[in-house]
Unconditional design. Sequence first.
Length: 314
Amino acid sequence: MTADAPAAPVFAAIEAGGTKFVCAVATADGTLLERVRFPTRDPAGTLAEARAFFDAAAQRFGAPRALGIASFGPLELDPRAAAYGRLLRTPKPGWHDADLRAPFASLGVPIALDTDVNAAALAEARWGAGRDADGAPLDSLCYVTVGTGIGVGAVIAGEPLHGLLHPEVGHIHPRRHPGDAGFAGVCPHHGDCLEGLANGPALVARLGHDLGDAPDAHPVWDIEADYLGQLCAQLALTLSPRRIVLGGGVMQHHRLFAPIRARTRHWLGGYLAREQVEDGIDGYIVPPGLGDRSGILGALLLAMRAAGDHRPAA
Ligand code: ZN
């Protein structure tokens, strides 16, 4: 940027994942001016690398107005809690109790923090698959990621959902599929919760090989679609989102959408009596509109909210 160019406000964004970090500097219209990604290592080294990126970027783009962090969890999101901004009982080695905000405090800007999936839900609602027929953002949406874990983020009445903690829907217990009775599940906390039965490692454990080598006709896909259909039905029944976005690595490996939609309708049993979850279900359960940018754009929206700039002209 030259000295006489009009400087658009910039925001700093971090998508903190269990395997990779994405850092970006962006403007309020969702333009990523610069983005880097690097492997997630130990907290000190990884967060220092992120900090170095933002220090260098500030030389080129000016100081950011705020920083948004969209992180894997579980996270302490209560600003009144002593552990605010820290990771809780994550199985990720070395990251338990890691303070995500402290390395960035000396930037001197507001810092907003939320789960990666809540942030992705915000981004999909504003810029992605969460727009109604007129192009306006839907006021309620769930974002589900199915990968190494299963996470669910929710935007309800335009706000990311928090409460006692934040939603941890991946750990509900679905009804067992009759063809899956012998599988113990892989969740270290619960065994056969939804994540333990339907995350990527659970599929690999049943197959004995990578997902990419599984034939389309393998019964594991019907089992997977049933569990994810139960999840979508329970989300529709409990949170009443206007749309459900399904992303994550497992959703890339197979044409799961059609059987998941069918099983969602099965488990709902016609009860909600809404066209969106009956003949219109192809538009209710959808892939991400932002591809792999949902998380980092969600972090940008967190930063914009922290700066008080979260309702700019669309
Ligand atoms: Zn679990």
